[in-house]
Ligand binder design. Structure first.
Ligand code: GSH
Length: 206
């Protein structure tokens, strides 16, 4: 992996398409790449006109691109030149889908162990469910509405989140850590860092 990472530092293969200036869901992808030491481009944070690339990739009128990729619903998305259909550009979205793709390629999931891959993916999906539920405490009525316009509902939602959902999620991840003897309480799956760990870390930190 070190050689691959070195090669990519000259010309990054991966392009993360996300909103500028905020960690958001883009951070789950960034963390996995950073932990693996794999270089990537993040155009919206690199140059002023970079966000145009993100916006055009997620064009709300698109029916798909000329490389055979279906439309992207919203960021984060990942673009990989030469890895799509017939050697064209691959453009994928949905955070866990991007991680599922990247994991084995960057050493953050095994390449050939289907069972372990599924375990990593299910824990990642669960951590992302927790992220979504945390997000919903501020937007229980509508994603487009400001927090201030749904404060009352937010307070109710937050109470349930704190008292029922958080303990359930954290209790679950404690059990996973306890049950994974190989991980010595440090890793969720196996005896090394995977993208399930970086995702859970960001969920808790974020
Ligand atoms: N399930 C998607 C959710 C993506 C998402 O909610 N993206 C946000 C930024 S973090 C966005 O740009 N949303 C615009 C929208 O939903 O219209 C994922 O995990 O990638």
């Amino acid at each position: 992996m070190a050689t691959a990472a070195k090669k990519q530092r000259t010309k990054p293969q991966y392009e993360l398409l996300y909103h500028p200036g905020i960690p958001g869901r883009g951070e789950f992808i960034r963390l996995a790449l950073e932990a693996a030491g794999v270089a990537y481009n993040d155009p919206a944070n690199e140059k002023k006109e970079g966000y145009d690339i993100v916006r055009s990739s997620c064009d709300p009128t698109s029916t798909g691109d000329e490389d055979g990729n279906p439309p992207v619903f919203c960021p984060p998305a990942l673009r990989v030149h030469g890895e799509g259909k017939n050697g064209k550009t691959l453009l994928i979205h949905q955070t866990p889908n991007i991680l599922l793709y990247l994991g084995p390629k960057i050493g953050m999931a095994p390449e050939d162990d289907e069972v372990v891959k599924l375990h990593i993916n299910q824990l990642t999906l669960t951590a992302l469910d927790l992220t979504n539920e945390a997000h919903d405490t501020h937007h229980p009525v509508g994603v487009k509405l400001y927090y201030e316009d749904q404060k009352e509902e937010s307070l109710r939602k937050a109470e349930d989140f704190r008292e029922s959902r958080m303990p359930k999620f954290f209790g679950f991840f404690e059990r996973v850590l306890k049950g994974n003897k190989e991980g010595n309480g440090k890793y969720l799956v196996g005896d090394k860092l995977t993208y399930a760990d970086t995702t859970l870390w960001q969920t808790v930190d974020g």
